[in-house]
Write a protein that binds this ligand. Structure first.
Ligand code: FE2
Length: 431
């Protein structure tokens, strides 16, 4: 008897768009077999009827800050809506952090992620705090949630590496305690030279320890902020390449076409991946502009066209930098379609890939991701035809399966409509 049988689901070939009706067998937490619908009769401990739902790999969150999640308004609200006031609010909240406080908020947020269908999360954690209390708490959380969510931790020097007292030592100590990724924030350093040095320090540290790099890079409406060229070049020369990620890069929204052309080439050649956070960038950037007011996003479409892997992230969930959010990547994709003007049919489909396969590539999930025999049985049943349909109708997964276990089930909401001249009847939303 096998562990789990998921009957009558559709798999979709991303290259051709063709779908096939199959039954999926799960054993020992991995996909054991994929057979044409009804072709094989097997006994299973648990049987799920898919009713023709689309079986997709889970969502992947490539960029969130779990240490600050759910602290919006503590001790005060960010009234200006700038990144800088957010950092000031957080600096006031940081001294009150405790292990229990961080564990409770991070786990609550991760429960929302799992319920929404997200089973891989990369979280930054601020290490410009001599106590490193949030880091220790999140290392503990990483272990506690392992059976459901694969959590990657980034040592994130929120207040700088070279411009913060003992910044280099704190980052090195964070790496020693067991993070997966080294961060940086070059545009926040005091000088351009400090910014360059901080990137070099972060890449060298990661290279020495066999870790990845994910830098908050050029998150500012300043066309003179040009650290992504430094990061990409260091990634290429160190050989780390696709193990390096540039997050935000919102200054690219202000670069001139000649420099942008040169930069696309440098980035594409380096192999680094990029993360754009459309909800938060739309909110935080453009705050110092009169009209015309900039959108504050990186060059998402242009980077994709240049062959660069770009994913969409949430960034913040109810914290000093963003007061909204339900930890749902599908919301991020919907906002991303508008913010990046990706509203052609195929572009909307692309935004779904930016919260699934493209985000998985940012985390380097490789063989641990995707619906194939032998891989972890971690997937969603989505009552949607494709990514376009899922993004448009914001379709929730009916089932979230992690390592062969059903971890979330959602009954579809039913609205009964009484239309003039008709009896009350359930309305099917916009299909
Ligand atoms: Fe961020």
């Amino acid at each position: 008897m096998i562990q789990l049988l998921v009957r009558d689901v559709r798999l979709r070939d991303d290259a051709t768009g063709e779908t096939s009706a199959v039954d999926v067998q799960v054993q020992d937490g991995r996909i054991h077999a994929i057979a044409p619908r009804g072709a094989e009769s097997v006994e299973a401990e648990t049987v799920v009827e898919g009713h023709g739902a689309w079986l997709t790999p889970p969502y992947v969150e490539p960029h969130v800050h779990l240490d600050s999640a759910l602290t919006a308004g503590e001790p005060r609200w960010n009234l200006s809506g700038t990144l800088w006031e957010g950092i000031a609010c957080w600096a006031e909240r940081k001294p009150t952090l405790t292990r229990d406080d961080v564990v409770e908020r991070a786990e609550r947020t991760l429960r929302w992620y799992a319920a929404n269908g997200t089973l891989h999360v990369r979280s930054h954690v601020d290490v410009t705090d001599p106590s490193l209390v949030a880091l220790d708490a999140l290392i503990e959380v990483r272990e506690r949630v392992r059976d459901v969510i694969n959590l990657q931790l980034v040592a994130f020097p929120q207040e700088g590496i070279c411009s913060f007292p003992d910044g280099e030592e704190l980052l090195t100590e964070a790496a020693r305690r067991g993070v997966d990724v080294i961060g940086a924030i070059p545009h926040f350093e005091d000088t351009r030279e400090d910014g360059v040095r901080s990137v070099e320090f972060a890449v060298d540290l990661a290279d020495r320890l066999g870790l990845r790099v994910d830098a908050h890079c050029d998150e500012i409406d300043d066309e003179q902020s040009r650290f992504v060229e430094v990061l990409a070049t260091r990634a290429a020369r160190s050989g780390l390449r696709e193990r390096v990620t540039a997050s935000h890069t919102t200054a690219m929204g202000s670069y001139n076409p000649a420099y942008s052309y040169k930069l696309h080439r440098i980035i594409a050649r380096s192999g680094i991946t990029m993360v754009s956070n459309p909800m938060v960038s739309l909110h935080l950037q453009g705050r110092f502009d009169d009209y015309p007011k900039r959108r504050g996003l990186t060059q998402v479409k242009e980077l994709l066209a240049a062959g660069v892997n770009v994913a969409f992230g949430h960034d913040d969930v109810m914290d000093p930098w963003y007061p909204l959010g339900t930890a749902n990547p599908l919301q991020v994709a919907l906002v991303g379609t508008h913010a990046a003007q990706m509203l052609a049919r195929d572009e909307i489909e692309e935004t779904f890939r930016m919260i699934t396969t493209r985000a998985a590539a940012v985390l380097g999930l490789d063989e641990e991701y995707g619906v194939h025999v032998g891989r972890p049985a971690s997937f969603l049943l989505l009552p949607a035809t494709d990514g376009y349909d899922a993004v448009r109708r914001q379709v929730r997964p009916t089932h979230v399966v992690a390592h062969g276990r059903i971890v979330a089930e959602t009954a579809p909401a039913v609205t009964t409509l009484t239309w003039p001249g008709e009896d009350p009847a359930p309305v099917t939303f916009a299909r």
